[in-house]
Ligand binder design. Structure first.
Ligand code: ATP
Ligand code: MG
Length: 556
């Protein structure tokens, strides 16, 4: 995918935008991506990022990155930094960096305005009582005994709430709407709660913090957001979103539009659960390559191009669905197949000695960097008398249709020549130590027998030039498609015990050992690999398997 390929395919939101631009309702659009900095972003967030930034990019509009930082109990500056890095990695740059906390003064002023209008009141009941009085979907709520407080008393109490005169939970400010509304969100929702805790940006200036519903639409209005795109769970909040904007002197009226969340199988995508995995040490951190976080998939070697192409292909709709992990992996595979240089690595090595190859010599063979892309050039591959091959590529007593190395049989060493195994050297326990082979000089490239066909081709690495490497193989983090499906069981019970296996003694070509963070490869016949950006060091490579060559999970 090229850099200027569209990041959004057409969808109902895009059509609304086109209609609004054509009708002149908006001269240009402004969108926003509004994460709460209470964790790292995950692949689901990338859907929203691609949508918001993609639309603005396509139509020459703007996108703000806004931290929805209204709950100081859960938020931190670390998450803020991680989120910015993740958005940039995905290939997007925001027009303005905003914070809901930048608007605390305006929100407070508007709340006072609603108090003055008799549209907000201070409730002095505890949270449990308020919750009980909300009623149910079939039963109206109960009005608070404080609902008829005078405007003066409400103003006085609210100012004192703000000044920090009360304990947490002593009072809340509520919108005065309709306790009998069929929409539960309209039953006098809480706008402010008292929290005597410092905030990572505003310090100890505030003792009251706005609730999501009170902060969100107002922040959109302040920033002049034209299309406020959010996930379906906010559909029922839209009447409240509109009520707030309509009842204050807001500078504009943004339109909220909902779309379906992106979900994947064999993982979890709520920050709360991901936080639990991190805090309880089930993974090595937010950026563990098995995590569905942006930092995790980045570390694993997924590319931003692949993630963008994936969400473009999946589209935007109001239909909830769970996407198979294999579909995402395929997007990664497709991107890497185009771009990854080919190289050979052996992850479970056994030694082959080429008896008729001169001792102490190195022959430098030429091989294509990418067999389908001659423009990527050639690479040098060192051939020596001793080479490593994959233990699984030899069988002493193979079944039929085993086309790799066997005693007496011929096989091609990829990019080199045909060899025949003439002797198997074993230890006392019967474990294969070395395979002695003879090569056919006539079968090397440029010779008459170069194209002679043998059934199998295997990969190898020179024992003299190959560099030892650690290789980390990843599998699904969970062993069931939906770890949250069973309400009686904890999702942690479904963690896949085989999600990580570490191979400490693999061998890679020297060029791979010199690579570093950001470099990716196809290890021929094995899969796509990339340097672990944290642990790989020059001369001491650590490689993550990004994705296998084929979807092997489906078969299981
Ligand atoms: P989580 O439940 O994982 O914590 P959240 O919705 O609470 O997610 P926010 O930080 O509030 O996370 O989300 C920022 C934006 O990303 C919101 O507009 C939200 O709708 C959107 N978003 C979150 N998860 C997804 C998802 N799985 N697919 C698409 N958009 C998402
Ligand atoms: Mg949230």
């Amino acid at each position: 995918m090229s850099d200027d390929a569209p990041t959004v395919a057409t969808n109902f939101i895009r059509n609304i935008v086109i209609a609004d631009l054509e009708s002149g309702k908006h001269a240009s659009i402004v969108t926003r991506f509004p994460p709460e900095p209470n964790g790292h972003l995950h692949i689901g967030h990338a859907k929203s990022i691609c949508l918001n930034f993609g639309l603005a990019k396509e139509f020459g509009g703007k996108t703000n990155l806004r931290f929805d930082d209204t709950n100081p109990l859960k938020e931190s500056e670390d998450h803020v930094q991680a989120i910015m890095e993740d958005v940039r990695w995905l290939g997007f740059e925001w027009d303005e960096l905003c914070n809901a906390s930048d608007y605390f003064d305006s929100l407070y002023e508007w709340a006072l305005y609603l108090v003055e209008q008799g549209k907000a009141y201070v409730d002095s009941q505890d949270a449990d009582t308020i919750r009980r009085q909300r009623g149910t979907l079939t039963e109206a709520g109960v009005e608070s005994p404080y609902r008829e407080r005078s405007i003066e008393e409400n103003r006085d109490l609210f100012v004192r709430m703000k000044n920090g005169e009360f304990e947490d939970g002593a009072h809340v400010l509520r919108a005065r709407i309709d306790m009998a509304s069929p929409n539960m969100n309209m039953r006098d929702p809480v706008m402010y709660r008292i929290l005597n805790v410092p905030h990572h940006r505003t310090g100890d200036r505030w003792h009251i913090y706005p609730m999501y519903d009170w902060a969100h639409g107002q922040s959109d209005a302040i920033e002049g957001i034209t299309h406020s795109l959010c996930t379906l769970e906010f559909e029922d909040h839209r009447p409240l979103y509109n009520w707030f904007v309509e009842n204050i002197p807001a500078p504009c009226r943004p339109r909220q539009i909902e779309f379906a969340r992106g979900n994947l199988d064999y993982t979890v995508m709520s920050k709360r659960r991901l936080l639990q995995l991190v805090e309880e040490g089930h993974v090595s951190g937010w950026d563990d390559p098995r995590m569905p976080t942006i930092s995790g998939i980045r570390r694993r070697g997924y590319t931003p191009e692949a993630v963008r192409a994936f969400w473009t292909e999946m589209g935007i709709s109001k239909q909830e669905s769970i996407i198979e992990m294999g579909v995402l992996e395929n997007a990664v595979r497709n991107d890497l197949n185009e771009r990854a240089p080919r190289t050979m690595a052996v992850i479970d090595p056994v030694k082959v000695v080429l008896l008729n190859f001169p001792e102490g010599e190195t022959e430098w063979l030429e091989a294509p960097v990418h067999p389908q892309k001659p423009e990527m050039g050639q690479r040098k591959v060192a051939l020596t008398r001793e080479v490593w091959i994959e233990r699984a590529d030899f069988m002493e007593e193979p079944p039929r249709k085993f086309f790799r190395m066997r005693p007496g049989g011929e096989v091609r060493l990829r990019n080199a020549f045909i060899v025949r195994c003439v002797e198997v050297v074993k230890d006392e326990a019967g474990e294969v130590l070395e395979l002695h082979c003879e090569f056919d000089p006539d079968s090397r490239s440029g010779m008459p027998g170069a194209n002679r066909k043998v059934k199998g081709t295997i990969h190898w690495v020179s024992a003299e030039h190959g560099v030892p490497a650690e290789v980390r193989l990843y599998d699904r983090l969970f062993s069931v498609p939906n770890p949250l499906a069973e309400k009686e069981r904890d999702f942690l019970e479904f963690l896949n015990p085989e999600s990580l296996s570490i191979v400490e003694h693999a061998f890679v070509e020297p060029a791979v050992a010199q690579g570093g963070a950001g470099d990716f490869y196809q290890f021929e016949r094995l899969g796509y690999f990339s340097h672990d950006p944290e642990d790989s060091a020059p001369g001491r490579p650590v490689l993550n398997r990004t994705v296998t060559l084929r979807d092997s999970w489906r078969k299981k």
